[in-house]
Design a protein around this ligand. Sequence first.
Ligand SMILES: Cc1cc2nc3c(=O)[nH]c(=O)nc-3n(C[C@H](O)[C@H](O)[C@H](O)COP(=O)(O)OP(=O)(O)OC[C@H]3O[C@@H](n4cnc5c(N)ncnc54)[C@H](O)[C@@H]3O)c2cc1C
Length: 385
Amino acid sequence: MRTAEVVIVGGGIVGSSIAYHLAEQGCRDVLVLEREAHQGLGSTGKSMGGVRAQFATDVNIRMSLYSIPFISRFEELTGQPTGYKPHGYLFAATTDAHLDYLRTNLARQQALGLTQARMLTREEIVSVLPQIRSDDILGGSLCPTDGFVDPHSLMTGFMTVAGQHGATLQRSVAVRRIVTDHGAVTGVETDKEPIATRVVVNAAGVWAAELAKSAGADLPIKPLRRSLIPTEPFPGIPDRLPMIIDMSNGFHFRPEGVGLLLSWNDPEEQYGYRTGFDPAFIEKVLTRAADRVPAFADLAVNPRRCWSGMYDMSPDKHSILGPAPEVRGLYYANGFSGHGVMHSPATGKIVADLILQGKTDLIDSSVLSVERFSQGRAIHETAVL
Ligand SMILES: Cc1cc2nc3c(=O)[nH]c(=O)nc-3n(C[C@H](O)[C@H](O)[C@H](O)COP(=O)(O)OP(=O)(O)OC[C@H]3O[C@@H](n4cnc5c(N)ncnc54)[C@H](O)[C@@H]3O)c2cc1C
């Protein structure tokens, strides 16, 4: 029977980063199984590509403090492009409570070593985007090393380098179940051949809960649709525009080519496997866009170019990383709640460390263990877009 030291189920950006980090640490017999004919057909290919260190919790900040410098050096180190554009994330506050929140987060980020983030005045925000309506803006925060990447490039870059070190990607192979014996992983059953292994990494994105269940393990994640609206070319936007977040309602946008990419977290969205784009979303977003930037009343949108994908939501909007308590040899890399692209480098390192050494020095890994939910240690992240 075919064997592998580690089988990773899912060839999205997370599975690819884990393969890269395992290979980099000398674990060469790594097999990534992806059921689609191409990588990136899950959430990775649908992402907005935002990367930021401006979070509210220590663990998310620490993961970004590993991931963003990693991304900024990746091309130089490996020759693989990432499309990293350090344009920044700019949070625009419209209430005193928002400003207090940003100041508290900033103090936490600075204490952990993020030196580049700072508070902004209203005037500074207007200088970033002169067309912004600023009468209710009280100030904000900006971190210039935040920005955007091309998720597809980073994902294929991870996999290419992992392949150069011996890892194998097999596409068009669906894992039907994880096979266990006496509470330990012994292999995976696929729609092709069975594979014997003692270690399985669940990197199956929004489909991860079913995969865990096949091994008798309980993984509390749920899919939630998210939609993006690319606009037609829009002249007059400053060259290095950051991602701008209107904290009054969560509307956010960033430059994309010669147009913009717009998004908003629709509170009416319900959990479920839905990826069809609802054209009614366009009006909801354009209303908010024109409210914050009156010139955006002229934005043109082609509904056929809009798309939806899914976030893999965990109960506390933090990822779930590390061993599954019920099944020896099963590891989770799931529940990214909208941050899986930006945290893919840290995730790869943490999961590879846990598999190969049983510990990591990047974070306190117990904080992201799945047991946190049954042990009353959930950690709530409020800075979710
Ligand atoms: C609209 C939108 C905007 C987003 N914006 C951002 C952003 O700005 N920044 C950010 O960091 N994140 C963002 N995200 C979230 C980000 O895209 C995800 O967190 C990330 O892509 C998760 O990567 P993944 O590899 O875990 O999952 P996926 O990319 O979904 O990969 C999982 C893979 O597993 C495969 N698979 C599943 N089951 C099996 C099986 N049984 N056998 C074999 N293969 C299987 C699937 O085919 C898939 O390719 C966004 C997401 C969406 C939808």
